[in-house]
Design a protein around this ligand. Structure first.
Ligand SMILES: Nc1ncnc2c1ncn2[C@@H]1O[C@H](COP(=O)(O)OP(=O)(O)OP(=O)(O)O)[C@@H](O)[C@H]1O
Length: 357
């Protein structure tokens, strides 16, 4: 099961030759710079672009196979498509917009109920409104609910947050996370924003100039030193943690992961809850011995897996902390001073971390 895709297509001066496999559930990010071919690949998957050479299999069904002349037209592919612009019908209420695709789906094929979509995207109070009066974030939530109500076997999202301001993005991200947790529909999510990928993706397909340069789990894609994400100025690793307990005296919360326990300021989190932490490479430093007198609470035994030069003055370290991987950006001078070598045991200290959900 899952998604297996391969397309070869020329568009003017651009050529796409991209193949990938993605799991049949969760969010797979198609990530790359502007012009790397993400939207073109998504359009091929939707059947909006007919690649001369192409094969697409979704959960065991072949939607396209150029060698056999098989090409399921877009309207026969069970997909939901969410674009940057919501594209709602302006003369219809939110409720009518939602019903549009839903009514055309045979009752026996409906996988998402109207109430469920309304609840998941928090649309209860908006149903009677016209799209024109909604905020950008609200309109996009309606568009996502509408896509879900077409009962897709695959949800395609092409930079759904790109046209929104920061506040609307922040408002909509929790809804996207809920979809992820509560629906079994696989999502292909096009983005060039590393923070969205860190927050939402389970699996990442990296595109560069129309080619897939890497595919795999989220943290590997974020932390492999030979891949562009780790070399980005905003590079960060993601660590999955579980809320352990609160310390009422010092107003702290403890988060466990297989490499130890993070301490953060007290947050309204429930013990047992699972979440992601994002830790920027620039916020991690290393010491050879466990630091004695320090105000930094988050210090972990680590092992240096790999190091790579970033530029004349900076190095990037890939650190193994239990089962987790962290990145650290340090000066070449510090690395020489510490005599760092791959395989070496160290201590990693993190100055700052961000909760992602
Ligand atoms: N119909 C077309 N004719 C000619 N060139 C095209 C056509 N559509 C896309 N291209 C080119 O193909 C390349 C890939 O475009 P695509 O939109 O897939 O990239 P992208 O990674 O999604 O970029 P962005 O993040 O900016 O949307 C670009 O160089 C684009 O100019």
């Amino acid at each position: 099961m899952g998604i297996n895709a391969h397309f070869e297509l020329g568009l003017g001066g651009f050529s796409l030759d991209a193949g990938f496999s993605a799991p049949g559930r969760g969010v797979t990010a198609l990530f790359g710079r502007s012009g790397s071919g993400k939207s073109t690949l998504l359009r091929c998957i939707a059947g909006l672009e007919r690649a001369p050479v192409g094969r697409l299999e979704v959960n065991g069904e072949v939607w396209q196979e150029s060698g056999r002349g098989r090409f399921l037209p877009t309207h026969r592919r069970p997909i939901g498509y969410v674009f940057q612009e919501p594209g709602l019908f302006p003369h219809l209420s939110v409720q009518r917009n939602l019903e549009f695709g839903w009514k055309r789906i045979d009752r026996s094929r409906r996988r998402v109920a109207m109430d469920q979509a309304v609840e998941l995207l928090g649309l209860g109070r908006l149903l009677g409104r016209a799209p024109g009066g909604l905020s950008g974030g609200e309109r996009q939530r309606v568009a996502i609910a509408r896509a879900l109500l077409s009962s897709p076997e695959l949800l395609l999202m092409d930079e759904p947050l790109a046209a929104l301001d920061l506040a609307s993005k922040a408002e909509i991200l929790p809804y996207l996370e809920r979809l992820h947790g509560e629906l079994a529909i696989p999502v292909l999510y096009v983005s060039h924003a590393p923070d969205e990928v860190a927050r939402l993706a389970d699996h990442v397909v990296l595109l560069q100039e129309g080619r897939v340069i890497h595919q795999g789990g989220l943290n590997e894609a974020l932390t492999r030193l030979d891949l562009p994400l780790a070399r980005d100025p905003e590079a960060a690793a993601v660590v999955e943690v579980r809320v352990a307990e609160h310390d009422e005296r010092y107003q702290l919360t403890y988060l466990d992961f297989p490499g130890g326990r993070f301490t953060i300021s007290r947050r309204a989190l429930t013990p047992g809850q699972r979440l992601r932490l994002r830790i920027h490479a620039q916020d991690v430093s290393v010491t050879l011995n466990r630091p004695g007198e320090t105000s930094i609470l988050n210090v972990f035994p680590a092992r240096l897996r790999e190091m790579a030069e970033l530029n004349g003055s900076k190095l990037l370290l890939r650190l193994e902390v239990g089962d987790a991987i962290l990145l650290a950006r340090i000066t070449r001078k510090s690395a020489d001073h510490l005599g760092l070598r791959p395989g070496q045991p160290l201590f990693a200290q993190t100055k700052a971390l961000a909760l992602l959900n």
